[in-house]
Design a protein around this ligand. Sequence first.
Ligand SMILES: Nc1ncnc2c1ncn2[C@@H]1O[C@H](COP(=O)(O)OP(=O)(O)OP(=O)(O)O)[C@@H](O)[C@H]1O
Ligand SMILES: O=C(O)c1ccc[n+]([C@@H]2O[C@H](COP(=O)([O-])O)[C@@H](O)[C@H]2O)c1
Length: 193
Amino acid sequence: MTIGILGGSFNPVHIGHLMLASYMQQFGGFDEVWLTLSPLNPLKAGSDELISDLMRLKMLEIATGTSKGLNVCDYELTMPKPSYTINTLRYLEKRYPRHTFKLIIGSDNWKIFDQWKDHESILSDFGVVVYPRPGYPVGTIYEDGVDVINAPMADVSSTFLRKAIARGKDMTYFLPHGVFDYIKQNKLYGAKS
Ligand SMILES: Nc1ncnc2c1ncn2[C@@H]1O[C@H](COP(=O)(O)OP(=O)(O)OP(=O)(O)O)[C@@H](O)[C@H]1O
Ligand SMILES: O=C(O)c1ccc[n+]([C@@H]2O[C@H](COP(=O)([O-])O)[C@@H](O)[C@H]2O)c1
């Protein structure tokens, strides 16, 4: 099986993430997409807004539910922080020798991909699928090991959602089914229950 790894902080997971994962799984040549929770992005400083790993994991589990083809990967929670994607990919290929793993990243991350740890090994040993994100044109890619897939986009972000929730907005339809209820029940991001 070919598995697409979609990493993120998912603070919280939103419909943009799921639309992308679902599109890649059904149209992008992946048998499964694994939403891989990153406790801390190596290139981002930790912030007060980052809620606990376990709560972000729980929302990913609610979001993917019983869906066929979309899974949650929590391996990075056991790694030293910050977790590097190359280490995750190396672990996964050993743990699941019958699967092929490829990384899925947005064009925003592709722009700074040369700052990622062992980015050349990620390209040569695994491969990367880049999808365009608004404001970050993909341009011409000369490197081997990179495919571009034009997935349809919902222009929302976790930052937008956190701000909207803190202002008391009803974000039911911007979040996967059940996630807004979980946020309210646990009063996350300044939500009232
Ligand atoms: N609306 C979206 N559509 C498609 N991909 C997205 C969207 N939002 C984020 N992504 C991608 O999903 C992955 C995980 O993203 P992340 O958890 O950082 O979400 P985010 O919404 O960008 O968060 P934040 O606003 O907190 O930076 C990243 O590769 C990111 O580029
Ligand atoms: O391994 C690295 O050097 C590296 C550098 C920057 C980002 N990443 C990963 O890229 C994924 C997307 O990050 P983000 O914060 O843009 O959603 C997430 O899984 C990060 O851990 C990984």
